[in-house]
Design a binder for this molecule. Structure first.
Ligand code: NAD
Ligand code: IPM
Ligand code: MN
Length: 344
């Protein structure tokens, strides 16, 4: 059985960085004898153009039949006023594949430190575990009227428990610390998260649990990121904090993510969007997608050796200052990708 990967190429810079990721995958696979079958399916804005749907049923079927899904950012001004937006497809695929835990690492290698806006000496290495299929993104009622609108933040005990276990288990393989980020001084859902997470924590006595309100956590991510190991949080807070955390590396365009559920497939995607402001110029940073490929090889295909090869190649390219303009460099997507491949 070949290793099956579904490829969703995305909109605006989506296809530009996906091409980079796939070139690196091909090169490292050849060198390391990894065999795979990649199938591209319609998804997002261009799927709306082609078939009127951001997430056609056959795309869901193909994903379910895969070991891993590689996804590049969707959406953008072309579809902002469309009756169905590409973003709806993104939320729908997460729900259709039951990908309730979204893992977003902020790990800065010594080579990358030079690009960080923080003047830190210690390396930064923490991970955000973001609940991905519930909360205010999915709660109903959701209504917009002439003189008021409302969204609903709702969480069940089971939804909090399962994503919390992902966070605690991850901490057991890291530095044994979980920080629950919430707004339990105000919100009922946050108070409930604390009750449920306290209960789950009893099953992981080797992991230290502490808490932070989300406003203070956003400050601590900048002032003292070294205090974090695993941050556990709900959907919307995790969305916001992960873009902030990404910028510690110097650019949002470096960070990959992995979304998991109870079964295959696992989905890998950059955390950033389709960057319409720089699309078509050939200057998008490919690291977020190359790092997504790296994460996929390690986690879905048990090829830590190939992941390490990619990591070392990226570090070398960074050390050589072959980087895109978002990191202050003068190189294009293709040149950076060529350099990574040369260093594999
Ligand atoms: P964005 O993440 O696309 O861009 C924010 C800023 O970061 C921009 O200045 C952009 O140029 C820069 N940036 C992002 N990725 C980069 C990269 N790889 N290299 C260099 N610079 C990069 O956020 P936005 O502008 O708020 O959203 C644009 C569209 O993307 C919207 O339609 C939004 O809904 C969508 N979006 C999609 C996803 C996804 O598909 N996973 C995620 C976030 C936003
Ligand atoms: C992300 C994005 C999505 C989210 C949007 C595009 C729906 O911002 O993946 O971080 O909010 O989850
Ligand atoms: Mn986001």
């Amino acid at each position: 059985m070949p290793n099956k990967i579904t490829v969703l190429t995305g909109d605006y810079i989506g296809p530009e960085i996906m091409a980079a990721g796939l070139r690196v995958l091909e090169a490292v696979s050849k060198a390391g004898h990894f065999e795979y079958e990649a199938t591209t399916m319609p998804f997002g804005g261009h799927a709306i153009d082609e078939c009127g749907e951001p997430l056609p049923q056959r795309t869901i079927d193909e994903c379910k039949n895969s070991d891993a899904v590689l996804l590049s950012a969707i959406g953008g001004p072309k579809w902002d006023a469309a009756p169905k937006r590409p973003e709806q497809g993104l939320l729908a695929i997460r729900q259709a594949l039951n990908l309730f835990a979204n893992i977003r690492p902020t790990e800065i290698s010594p080579a990358m430190m030079q690009y960080s806006p923080l003047k830190k000496i210690e390396p930064v290495n923490f991970v955000i575990v973001r609940e991905l299929t519930s909360g205010i993104y999915f709660g109903t009622p959701r209504e917009q009227h002439a003189d008021y609108a409302l969204d609903t933040m709702r969480y069940t005990k089971a939804e909090i428990e399962r994503v919390s276990r992902v966070a605690f288990q991850m901490a057991q393989h890291r530095n044994h610390r979980v920080t629950l980020v919430d707004k339990s001084n105000v919100l009922a859902t946050s108070k409930f998260w604390r009750v449920v997470v306290d209960e789950v924590a009893k099953d992981y006595p080797d992991v230290e649990l502490n808490y932070s309100y989300v406003d203070a956590a956003s400050m601590k991510i900048i002032s003292s990121p070294e205090q974090f190991d695993v941050i556990l949080t709900e959907n919307l807070f995790g969305d916001i904090l992960s873009d902030e955390a990404a910028q510690i590396t110097g650019s949002l365009g470096t960070i990959p993510s992995m979304s998991t559920g109870d079964q295959k497939p696992v989905l890998y995607e950059p955390i950033h969007g389709s960057a319409p402001d720089i699309a078509g110029q050939g200057i998008a940073n490919p690291f977020s997608m190359i790092n997504s490929v790296k994460m996929m090889l390690a986690h879905s295909f048990d090829r830590a050796d190939l992941a390490e090869r990619i990591g070392k190649a990226v570090d070398q390219v960074v050390a050589d200052n072959i980087v895109t303009p978002d990191l202050g460099g003068k190189y294009g997507t293709k040149e950076v990708t060529d350099a990574v491949i040369k260093n594999l």
